[in-house]
Design a protein around this ligand. Structure first.
Ligand code: GBH
Length: 462
């Protein structure tokens, strides 16, 4: 049976500025929290930094030609805030804007739709030094930045995304501290989550005001596909708590105009949420043109019976208010990240949002896997596991579409091997292999497989 996707379905690949651009100190760019973090010993594996990354800042034209060669219809990239507005406030940096304008022009010249994300985790360090996302002012700075980029690129970019995965920014950045800025403070993490919601709302309003009416405004989340270990009440309660902290803390205000009552109750011992001002919920609840869903792997959780001893206190965690929850290693195949391979999680999320937000188109803005790719004697890179991963997940997307879910596109993470945050360059997610010593790009066999899918709109038999 051939698996056909609807006509007009967007086939793309995704990247993020800090992971690929390099040129960290060029043309007026100031440091972001990821420059500071990666240059702090012990924070990133191998001491890797994004100083050079895949040198995309200098190889932009070549990379766009590569996308065209791979038959991509769309490219999802992020703008580096400190490159276009050094220090995070005040006037634009023209050289920074010129880079993105040239990128967008190259894409359009090759018939590739630019999908622009304003914030993929690289907060200007100056704003972190002033308090970062736990401070309300950062949301207002973000809205100013959104306005500035919309003024510069609004004539040629039609798909706009405010934030990428605010969960990671809030809870890995300020809760567990494994991402920049590396703080470990539950209250700060919850405040950050709210101010990211607010930044999304104010940013979306700023975009609407500056963009032509045909432009679409979206946000990308990494909603949790959470499974309970058993059907026991404590396990189901653990699932509810993790779902609130992973997903509903964002979809509550963004899609429904309020924070979930159970989330407020679960976190009552940590904060009274007085940082949520009257009017914030309405600001966050801005009508969206689509919702971006990033998916890699599910969570498997269990709770504890009433009266059981709690987990050791004091361990930094990205799950404030979910102290009694245990995270398990799901059975089955895994990737080089040690994440399990479970396409049903993607199907479950897509059908859930179709029920929860009827009429809101969904877009899979990231999906992919890391494997230990190595060139063979001829320099070719064969990655059959990645092809199997992509095939299975695209099949899940197709199944959701068949069940009536409006999914309008799919973006493979990632176009290129790149700086995988706290794992550095050791983890390769690319469809294209990068030899970091020479910056030579070699499409892996998965890239050629994906090219066929993108060009035909069809999954080949497996
Ligand atoms: C995305 O983050 C990012 O948007 C992208 O920049 C990144 O390169 C890509 O994915 C690959 O990592 O941490 O073991 O509990 C995804 C981050 C991955 C965070 C899954 C939560 C849950 C499994 N998410 N993770 S675990």
């Amino acid at each position: 049976m051939t698996v056909n996707f609807p006509p007009g379905f967007l086939w793309g690949a995704a990247t993020a500025a800090y992971q690929i651009e390099g040129a960290a100190q060029q043309d007026g760019r100031t440091p972001s929290i990821w420059d500071t973090f990666s240059h702090t010993p012990g924070k990133v594996l191998g001491g890797d930094t994004g100083d050079v990354a895949t040198d995309h800042y200098h190889r932009r034209a070549e990379d766009v030609r590569l996308m065209a060669d791979l038959g991509l219809g769309a490219y999802r990239f992020s703008v580096s805030w400190p490159r276009v507005q050094p220090g995070g406030r005040g006037p634009a940096c023209q050289a920074g804007l010129d880079f993105y304008r040239a990128l967008v022009d190259d894409l359009l010249a090759h018939g590739i739709r630019p999908v622009l994300t304003l914030y993929h985790w690289d907060l200007p360090q100056e704003l972190e030094s002033a308090g970062g996302w736990p401070e309300r002012g950062t949301a207002h700075r973000f809205a100013d930045y959104a306005h500035l980029v919309a003024e510069a690129l609004g004539d040629r970019v039609e798909l706009w995304t405010t934030l990428n995965e605010p969960w990671c920014s809030a809870f890995l950045g300020y809760g567990s501290g494994v991402h920049a800025p590396g703080r470990t403070d539950d209250v700060a993490a919850l405040r950050a989550a709210h101010h990211l919601n607010l930044a999304h709302g104010l940013g979306a309003q700023a975009l609407r005001a500056a963009l032509p009416s045909r432009a679409a405004v979206s946000v990308t989340l990494n909603p949790g596909a959470v499974r309970a270990l058993t059907d026991s009440p404590p396990d189901l309660d653990a699932r509810r708590r993790v779902d609130a902290l992973a997903t509903r803390i964002f979809t509550g205000p963004m899609l429904h105009g309020e924070y979930p009552a159970d989330l407020i109750a679960d976190t009552a011992g940590i904060t009274d949420w007085s940082f949520v001002h009257g009017g914030d919920a309405a600001a966050v609840h801005h009508p969206l043109d689509s919702l971006g869903v990033n998916y890699y792997a599910p969570f498997l959780v269990s709770g504890q019976a009433p009266g059981a001893a709690g987990p050791p206190a004091g361990e930094p965690s990205p799950w404030p208010g979910a102290g009694g929850v245990t995270f398990h290693r799901p059975p089955g195949k895994r990737t080089a990240m040690d994440w399990s391979v479970d396409p049903t999680g993607l199907y479950d999320l897509l059908t859930r949002f179709a029920r929860e937000a009827p009429g809101l188109p969904l877009m899979v803005t990231e999906n992919g896997a890391a494997y230990d790719d190595k060139p063979d004697g001829e320099g070719a890179v064969h990655d059959p596991e990645r092809i199997a991963y992509l095939h299975a997940h695209l099949d899940a997307v197709h199944r959701a579409i068949g069940d009536g879910v409006d999914v309008c596109g799919y973006f493979l993470w990632s176009l290129l091997d790149n700086f995988e945050w706290s794992y550095g360059y050791g983890k390769r997610f690319g469809a294209v292999y990068v030899d970091y010593a020479t910056q030579v790009r070699t499409p892996k066999s998965s890239a050629r497989w994906y090219e066929r899918v993108a060009r035909t709109g069809q999954l080949p038999p497996f």
